[in-house]
Each structure stands twice: as structure tokens, then as C-alpha cells.
Design a protein around this ligand. Structure first.
Ligand SMILES: [Zn+2]
Length: 354
């Protein structure tokens, strides 16, 4: 929730500089040829009632003693479209902005590029259009519309934004003519010890690419599962009374309630729900109250470092359960580690009969 940006003593940058960086990045993004976002994404965002959405986030935050001034819900000014297809949407912690992969959802943009015979990017052939059309069809069947899929992505990233963040170091490194900017994130929600990197004046990429893989990342799966489950709940509440077209909203509601089609992080949420169920049975607490504890952990940056809570997992699962859970990783579909991480998740669930 609170954004603590405390550079290490050896890092010459102060908080002021860090905030300035966010401002610089915002200016740079606004000055791109495509501007803040594509016309399609703009149209989608115009359909969203940000005040209503913000209120739903605030209702949750207030339950855990977080007041409006400390709620890091991002308004439209801090939301940008990303044209980089290979990178999924993300919350950029350094700059406190949300990047939405707009082209994934907006085929007309590709069509326009095809017409221009623009073959310079990652797209530009008929095959890609075919893939996108398939993606679009699946998106409509699962979410009700492309707009609703984008809204779900946005809500997911907003949940990341309101999570507890502790960010300890930010430094620059000169490599030949490039300047790499490294950001060592110690915590975002449950996830810890991550490192992000970008080249100066380039779009920041949070994807844990090669350089970062040597750094330990913990609780990736738990973090995404809690974020996504909470995002779905917020979406359902929002759709209840936002005046969103019923025929679209009902498709999404059906998908969530009956789990009829896989949403993002389907496996991770499934694992989390199995853990909640088991903890509820063993501790005689309702599933809802166990779930609320997980939300609290996200907003407060739970580290599981107190013996009493470690004992809950040791007693009800095994002495190694938390450690094994913390080591599970999750990767986007295009990542080479995706398959391996799914296998690990499956094995973990079998081991604990979840
Ligand atoms: Zn996420």
C-alpha cells in the first residue's frame, strides 16, 4: 500500500530523484508517437467509471485500516498503453504507472499496420492477424467483450498498485554506450527480492529476463493468486451496478462463478482456493475469513517471518510447505520457463493433495 522508496546508503539517489524519474517516464510516454494510449484503449477507458472503481478499492482498504490518502489507486493519468506485444500488462513500481498491452486486445491497430505494410515490428504478417483473431474470439467468449478483458487486466494491475511496496534501491550502471537502470524491489505484496531493469530512456521492463533470474524471487505464485482472486471479486462488484451492458457482464460472471473457462492465473487461483479450503477446515474458520487474512497480507506485505504464523502452515501442511510454496514461480505463456513452472505447480498440489 504505502510506497516506501528508500535507497540504500550506497545508492546516491534520494526519494526526490525517484519521484522525478516517474515524472520523466510519464513525460516520455506522453511524447511517444502513439501518445498515452491507442484510440481503442482510450475508448475502453472512457467506458470505465473510475470513481466507482476507486470506491470499491477503498472499501477493501478501509477494512484493513488503510485510508484514502494512503490508497495508491491510480487514476487515468497514470495509465499508459504499451505497444510491446511480447510484454504482458504490468504495474511499473518505479514510476507508479500501469502499462496495458493494448495491441493484444485491439486488432484494428494491427489491421491498420497491415494496411501500411509496416513490417518493422513484431507484427505485420497475415499469420499474426489470424492468431489475434483467434485470441479475440476466445477473449469475447471468456470475458464477454474485449473491453471487459481490458478492464479485468486493469483491475488486476490496480490491485498490484495498492499492494504494499517496499523498494530499497535504484541505481544506474554504464555499459558501453548504454545506461542500465536497475531497480531492486524488495517487496510487492507477497513477492520479494525482485529486480527490474531498463535502459535509460527506454520502456521499463518488469519481466524477469536473464539478468534478473539469478536473483531470488519468492512467493510469486501466492502473490499473483491473491491479486487475481481479489481482482475478480472487485470486477464482479463493479459489474453489479456500473451499468455495464448486461449481455457482456453476464458472460464474465458466468466464467468466474462456474469456472467454465480459464481466466488469467487460473492454476494459481485454484491452488490458493485449495489452500484456503484446507486451512478453513483445519482451523474451523470460515473460508471467507481465511481469505480476508490473505488479502490483509497482500496489503501489509506479509513476510511469514513470525513463528506463530509459520506454525499454522507447519501444523496443517508440513514443515516445508511455506518454503516450497515460496519457490513456486509463474511465467507468462511466451516465457521459456512457463512449462517447467506449471509442472512444478502440479507436483506441489499433488504432494499436498490440494
Ligand atoms: Zn499480476
Amino acid at each position: 500500500m504505502t510506497r516506501e522508496i528508500n535507497p540504500l546508503e550506497s545508492v546516491p539517489e534520494g526519494i526526490g530523484k525517484t519521484q522525478e524519474k516517474g515524472q520523466e517516464e510519464i513525460t516520455r510516454l506522453l511524447n511517444r508517437s502513439e501518445g498515452q494510449f491507442s484510440p481503442e484503449l482510450q475508448k475502453t477507458l472512457e467506458k470505465i467509471d473510475f470513481a466507482k472503481l476507486r470506491q470499491l478499492f477503498l472499501d477493501i482498504a478501509l477494512r484493513f485500516g488503510i485510508y484514502e490518502d494512503d490508497l495508491n489507486f491510480l487514476d487515468k493519468k497514470r495509465i499508459f498503453g504499451s505497444a510491446v506485444r511480447s510484454v504482458d500488462s504490468y504495474y511499473d513500481l518505479e514510476n507508479n504507472i500501469i502499462m496495458i498491452t493494448q495491441d493484444k486486445a485491439n486488432i484494428s491497430h494491427y489491421e491498420a499496420r497491415l494496411k501500411l505494410k509496416d513490417n518493422t515490428g513484431l507484427v505485420g504478417d497475415e499469420k499474426m492477424l489470424e492468431v489475434l483473431n483467434r485470441e479475440k474470439k476466445a477473449m469475447i467468449e471468456t470475458y464477454g467483450s474485449v473491453d471487459l478483458s481490458t478492464l479485468q487486466t486493469l483491475v488486476h494491475e490496480e490491485v498490484h498498485a495498492i499492494s504494499k511496496h517496499i523498494c530499497k534501491s535504484l541505481y544506474e550502471q554504464n555499459v558501453d554506450k548504454w545506461t542500465d537502470v536497475w531497480l531492486r524491489v524488495h517487496q510487492s505484496g507477497y513477492r520479494r527480492n525482485n529486480i527490474y531493469k531498463k535502459q535509460l530512456n527506454a520502456e521499463f521492463y518488469p519481466a524477469p529476463l536473464m539478468e534478473s533470474e539469478k536473483f531470488l524471487k519468492v512467493f510469486m505464485v501466492l502473490n499473483e493468486a491473491v491479486v487475481e482472486k481479489l481482482a475478480r471479486e472487485i470486477m464482479l462488484k463493479y459489474l453489479e451496478n456500473s451499468g455495464w451492458p448486461r449481455e457482456e457482464a453476464s458472460v464474465f460472471e458466468e466464467t468466474v462463478k462456474n469456472k467454465s473457462k480459464p481466466l488469467s492465473y487460473a492454476r494459481e487461483v485454484y491452488l490458493l482456493e485449495a489452500i484456503i479450503k484446507k486451512l478453513s477446515q483445519k482451523t474451523k474458520k470460515s473460508e471467507e475469513s481465511v481469505w480476508q487474512i490473505f488479502i490483509k497480507g497482500l496489503l501489509e506485505g506479509e513476510k511469514f517471518d513470525r513463528p506463530e504464523e509459520r506454525k499454522i502452515f507447519e501444523k496443517n501442511f508440513s514443515p516445508n510447505f511455506l518454503k516450497e510454496l515460496s519457490n513456486l514461480s509463474t511465467w507468462p505463456s511466451w516465457h521459456s520457463k512457463r512449462h517447467e513452472s506449471i509442472e512444478e505447480l502440479k507436483a506441489f498440489m499433488e504432494r499436498y493433495k490440494l
